[in-house]
Design a protein around this ligand. Structure first.
Ligand code: URA
Length: 249
């Protein structure tokens, strides 16, 4: 069944207002129209799929599903909100919070790179579940050399204090006595997982960046802190990889 929304919430959802109170003011000022008729009740409940809403004469297009890729910068926490620290939601326009977008998984505060945000909880669940087998690829820099023993240990599944990681792929890009760079592909997303796996091999991670989630690669054109919506092709690839039907807008 289609969700039903109050007009003030719908205006936020459609990106026409940053806050519910701004939306209420706009409606009470007579700036909102519903199916061609002025509507001054912000509490009017509507089925957005069956309703044409306009603000200041501009028709607003409803979309049920929103999927965003964010190039998460270091120094920002992955949370919906936090009273003290900047969160990834602060980097997006308010409409994404209004329509229920949340991060699909977490990156540590000092980790950079691809963060998917979506308002489809089923997609988030599938992306995160190890059973779906969606591989996350990270670029890691560590404080010492890496060798084929490390590659083998990752492939066998590294035993940590509380669990044994699923087999992971380690590809060494460069290794020097004082540091190494490698690509690491994991199927899980447990707390500090990549750092702990390298830690179990006696290496500390000095830099970590997520490059991809399954078929979804971080867009190189996105600077740290920048975001964009997924293209229809990216949406289709992600839903297909997770075994979910591609939603019709
Ligand atoms: N693994 C980590 O250790 N940290 C991250 O942010 C992501 C994966």
């Amino acid at each position: 069944m289609a969700e039903r929304l109050r007009l003030d919430k719908l205006l936020c959802y459609l990106g026409a207002a940053d806050t519910r109170s701004a939306a209420r003011d706009a409606v009470r000022a007579g700036r909102a129209w519903v199916n061609g008729v002025a509507e001054r009740d912000p509490g009017r409940v509507l089925d957005p799929t069956q309703t044409q809403v306009s603000l200041d004469g501009e028709p607003l297009a409803y979309r049920r599903w929103r999927h965003v890729m964010l190039h998460k910068p270091a120094g920002v926490i992955t949370a919906a909100r936090d009273p003290r620290a900047a969160t990834v939601m602060d980097l997006l326009p308010a409409l994404y919070a209004a329509c229920g977008c949340l991060p699909a998984g977490r990156l540590d505060k000092d980790t950079e790179g691809l963060l998917l945000l979506t308002n489809d909880g089923a997609l988030t669940h599938r992306v995160l579940s190890p059973r779906t087998g969606i591989t996350k690829c990270y670029l890691a820099e560590v404080n010492g050399p890496l060798d084929t023993d490390d590659v083998l240990a990752f492939a066998q599944g590294i035993t940590l204090t509380d669990f044994t990681a699923l087999p992971a792929t380690l590809t060494i890009l460069e290794s020097q006595p004082d540091g190494a760079r490698a690509l690491c592909k994991v199927q899980e997303g447990k707390y500090h997982q990549v750092k702990r796996m390298f830690g179990a091999r006696g290496r500390a991670v000095t830099y970590l960046k997520r490059l991809s989630i399954g078929p979804l690669a971080l867009d190189n054109a996105l600077e740290p802190g920048a975001y964009r919506e997924l293209t229809p092709e990216e949406v289709a690839a992600l839903y297909t990889a997770t075994g979910l039907p591609i939603p019709k807008e």
